[in-house]
Design a protein around this ligand. Structure first.
Ligand code: NDP
Length: 240
């Protein structure tokens, strides 16, 4: 049996595509999200589905320990759960900033901290954090989202250095715009329309969540001694 892969935010978008891709290759999985019914609907073999809000460290840890009891220690965690609420710094409600920082940054750090000690002891393991192109360059009306995703790049690189001598890999994936549920949570209709207008004007739309999932699986399946530290992956027609 292959080693345990933990995927957060597996109920839609990249997380769901990752779950299907890793399951197809025979990995035992722990899938977590708040909408656990969507995880169960996938009906995947050798897979545990748990209702977890990644901002709740205890609940995430309980789910991971439960899966480890069954499948052995976590060899890969993909800290993917996240949300994007577009908004202008001058006008956006600070509760939206807080939500993004809690899920996109704190959620990722919880996932890392829960598995990293065992990985260090075993001198083996991989942590993959999902950042964004908005984690390496700025976009208008993305201030808080950029803050969260630049944060993921920063904390991933610090952890990469700290874990390097223990043979543990930390990678960050920075995708461009891909069709998922992500943008639909933005509360401003005007900003959602502007986002869709930009996609239409540039022709962005070829890249799929499945392309991103396959790329992540490729990076993970490189030998443990090879760390593809950062991947930027976007639609060829994405201009920024
Ligand atoms: P989706 O909205 O389709 O998926 C987001 C996933 O995160 C869902 O499964 C959702 O599950 C989960 N999630 C959200 N909040 C929580 C929470 N508090 N606890 C647990 N799970 C949570 O978007 P994507 O697939 O696009 O996004 C995945 C990641 O990729 C995010 O980090 C996003 O920022 C990043 N990204 C996406 C890009 C894109 O264009 N699509 C580009 C660059 C980066 P549920 O609601 O069931 O809890």
């Amino acid at each position: 049996m292959k080693k345990l892969v933990v995927i957060t935010g597996a109920s839609s978008g990249f997380g769901k595509a990752l779950a299907l891709e890793f399951n197809k290759a025979g990995y035992p999985l722990l899938l977590v999200a708040r909408r656990v019914e969507l995880l169960k609907e996938l009906n995947l073999s050798n897979t545990i589905c748990e209702k977890v809000d990644v901002t709740n460290r205890e609940s995430l840890e309980t789910a991971i320990r439960k899966a480890e009891q069954i499948y052995g220690e976590t060899d890969l965690i993909i800290n993917n759960a996240g949300l994007m609420l577009l908004g202008n710094l001058e006008t956006q409600n600070p509760s939206e900033w807080q939500k993004m920082l809690d899920v996109n940054v704190m959620g990722v750090m919880h996932g890392m901290q829960i598995v990293m000690n065992d990985m260090k002891k075993r001198q083996c393991g991989t942590i993959i954090n999902i950042s964004s192109i908005a984690g390496v360059k700025p976009f208008g009306n993305h201030a808080a989202y950029c803050a969260s995703k630049y944060g993921v790049v920063g904390l991933s690189e610090v952890a990469r250095g700290e874990l390097s001598s223990h043979n543990v890999r930390v990678m960050r994936i920075c995708p461009g715009a891909v069709d998922t549920e992500l943008v639909h949570h933005t509360t401003s209709d005007e900003l959602k329309d502007a986002y869709f207008g930009w996609k239409e004007a540039t022709g962005v739309g070829s890249i799929t969540a499945n392309d991103v999932a396959k790329t992540i699986k490729f990076a993970y399946e490189l030998p443990q001694g090879v760390n593809l530290r950062e991947i930027q992956i976007a639609d060829t027609k994405q201009d920024a």
